[in-house]
Design a protein around this ligand. Structure first.
Ligand SMILES: NC(=O)c1ccc[n+]([C@@H]2O[C@H](COP(=O)([O-])OP(=O)(O)OC[C@H]3O[C@@H](n4cnc5c(N)ncnc54)[C@H](OP(=O)(O)O)[C@@H]3O)[C@@H](O)[C@H]2O)c1
Length: 263
């Protein structure tokens, strides 16, 4: 095998994108369709998915809306059924759906940890387990997991979110090692702050905002994600600020601890 295998192309492929009713997932679905892909879009808000498909005839013909809660096994089974009905295999799974929570761990409810882990970790891992035979049947399957820079570098008051994204990071690396001899590509994408609805729908929030300096638009994150998929990258950390944070944490952990203590 060469260091840089040939590019993956979305043209003519079938993809599943979770969390496609807003933000990064919605932009990913649109950009994949523009590249010639059919996309099964999944999220709980049915009307949002219907609006997306209604945007133009091209989307209407190539987006398959599937409304449901990904933490429920029935929703994951409906995705399997939709793929079997379409073609019997799937070429790309983007595990993008996610939620956040902000606030001290000590005073948070145990449910907050459970809720974040259910959406950000157990739902994507179990969906992937269900879809693996169908991804293998593609012959050119790709699993792309949307993590976060906070899956590399932990910060205070986001303990549940960091735990869920660190878990996704570890699971992704292990899965890649398991599947590399079976023709499947596994890509981890780690965005920094993105101007989506994410900060409006936090499970818990304490004055959170997505207006931090250097934040990216969801469209830009989606474009970078598709580039990573096409180039079969193992892992990408998006934005200069994100890279600086992750590498500073690795190289100067004492300095990072001092900075975080002063915040
Ligand atoms: N925004 C950021 O600053 C940022 C930074 C780094 C990483 N990320 C990651 O990027 C991913 C996308 O986030 P975003 O910024 O695009 O946020 P967003 O606009 O809030 O989108 C989240 C999506 O997940 C879906 N979702 C949430 N819970 C779900 C469930 N139980 N079942 C099915 N769908 C569910 C939501 O749809 P419904 O509500 O309709 O179900 C929505 O479509 C997440 O994994 C997030 O952790 C975001």
């Amino acid at each position: 095998m060469t260091d840089r295998p040939r590019r993956w192309s979305a043209d003519g492929k079938l993809a599943v994108v979770t969390g496609a009713s807003s933000g990064i997932g919605q932009c990913l679905a649109k950009q994949l369709v523009r590249r010639g892909c059919r996309v099964i879009v999944v999220a709980r808000r049915e009307e949002r998915l219907a609006d997306l498909a209604r945007e133009n005839q091209f989307f209407e013909e190539n987006l398959i809306a599937l409304a449901g809660d990904l933490t429920e096994p029935q929703t994951r089974q409906r995705i399997v059924d939709a793929i079997c009905e379409e073609r019997g295999h799937v070429d790309l799974l983007v595990n993008n759906a996610g939620v956040g929570a902000i606030g001290a761990f000590e005073t948070a409810s145990p449910e907050r940890l459970r809720d974040v882990m259910e959406v950000n970790f157990f739902a994507p891992t179990e969906l992937t387990r269900s879809l693996l035979p169908l991804l293998k049947a593609s012959g050119d399957g790709v699993i792309c997991n949307i993590s976060s820079v906070l899956g590399h570098c932990a910060v205070p008051d986001k303990s549940e979110y960091c735990a869920s994204k660190f878990a996704m990071h570890g699971w992704t690396d292990s899965l890649r090692a398991e599947l590399q001899s079976q023709g499947l590509t596994v890509t981890l994408v780690s965005p920094s702050t993105t101007r989506s609805e994410f900060f409006n729908v936090l499970i818990d929030s304490e004055g959170a905002s997505s207006k931090s300096v250097g934040s990216w638009s969801p469209d830009r994150v989606a474009a970078a994600t598709i580039r990573a998929i096409e180039r079969r990258r193992r892992e990408v950390i998006l934005s200069l600020g994100g890279k600086a944070l992750v590498y500073a944490d690795r190289l100067f952990p004492g300095l990072m601890a001092w900075i975080l203590k002063r915040r």
